[in-house]
Ligand binder design. Sequence first.
Ligand code: ADP
Ligand code: ZN
Ligand code: MG
Length: 495
Amino acid sequence: MSRWSGGRMSVHYETVIGLEIHCQLLTETKIFCGCRTAFGAAPNSHVCPVCLGLPGALPVLNRQAVTCALRAALALNCEIQPVSVFARKNYFYPDLPKGYQISQYDRPIALGGRVPLSDGEVRLTRIHMEEDAGKSLHHGLPDSDRHTYLDFNRAGTPLIEIVTEPDLRSAAQAAECFSRLREILVALGVNDGSMEEGSLRCDANVSLRPVGQAAYGAKAEVKNVNSFRFLEKALDYEIERQRGILESGGRVAQETRLWDSATGTTQSMRSKEEANDYRYFPEPDLPPLVVDAAWIASVRETMPELPVARVARFIRDYALSEYDADVVGRLIPGAASYFEATVRCGASPKTASNWIQGELRRKLKDVGADDLSTAPVTPAQLAELTTLVDTNVVSSSVAKEVFEEIWSTGTGARAIVDARGLAQIGDADALAALADAVIEANPGPVAQYRAGKTQTFGFLVGAVMKASKGKANPAAVSDILRGRLDAKQGQSEPE
Ligand code: ADP
Ligand code: ZN
Ligand code: MG
């Protein structure tokens, strides 16, 4: 589709994005040897002849790594392959001690699958297993200006690579896909979700094509994006860069580009036209990986509830709105179990959800935390407090004060309310006396209300609340005030 604008024909472009995600599997030991996978150990302290690629050392596949891969594949609705094959991917790089990486190539462990998005889904092409490389340390050592150091602790860490189809149509959608994948992998206990430590890495393939054209355009692969914020930024930059090239009649080069967060740009790293020939061949030291139905069934038995299923359950079982269920069931870390515990302790679901999204989240943010499981107020304490509100013992504004005190002292809500005499004035006579005093003291607003300017009613309610030092129940105050103002209307002086 094209249209005329300002005398020049301008083509509209559609963005096409596909992601390749490397996910370190949370196993105790590496994929082909018994070395630990712990992050942050002293350099080269978790190495052995196998992961250092010494001659004659034989790899043995770690079953726990396969189980992790199967968990991910099941959660993402892939077709698990009964037989998959590890291959040698040959290339030279200093952090690759063997001179090849063991990776599944033409026979991966899983094909197909999908990631749910807020508007639709992204299809997966495949999931394959492979080993991670070591790390080159270019900075931070006294002689870093002259030497690069190598740390092989990471070499042989089990990975899965998840490849999506080019189904994504914007930077924001790509970021959502990545964050949904992260959420699922973390919920499965398969990955720790840390982009900073590199346990989850995302390469994004981007191209543009004229709207209406079926064929994809030439793509660039953007690497080195190590935070969610940067993923969207890097893609937005890359989309505009390509648009600029296409609009001025140029051709986008098929290449790998590196995101540079310092400049907010992507820079060409290498051309894909002179693509590497990895000379793949099946790894002679590893038999094909056979996954039988019993293995799949045993993994299926230990699958946790996934975020999307939990959100649906929250809507169904607790009558939460779609929005509330999504925020509490999925988006706030630790909120889902906190919420359910609070409801089990007697809070109403809607009230618990409001407190979690409101006060709790705000207080946590104040102390620089986000995970609800770290909140000093327990679900039982929150439930006790919300019950006091629901039974009109305290108003919601007083409840916020009480909440602050529970947060800082750990004392229960009832004990705080009793000790500080914060219980609401429920006594109708006492409220009536306060209402009369306010009517007496505010002849102007009262007259305006009676003349039909009902906006002043809120002011009068506020005045009674103030007179009660916040201890009156606003609904009861409204009732009493309305009764008195409307009843005495006939007796008021004409203006
Ligand atoms: P390559 O041969 O460069 O490795 P693949 O076809 O294996 O490319 O795809 C790698 C990734 O790039 C996948 O996530 C895929 O969805 C994505 N992709 C493929 N073609 C395009 C394109 N034209 N535009 C954007 N992404 C693409
Ligand atoms: Zn090892
Ligand atoms: Mg490829």
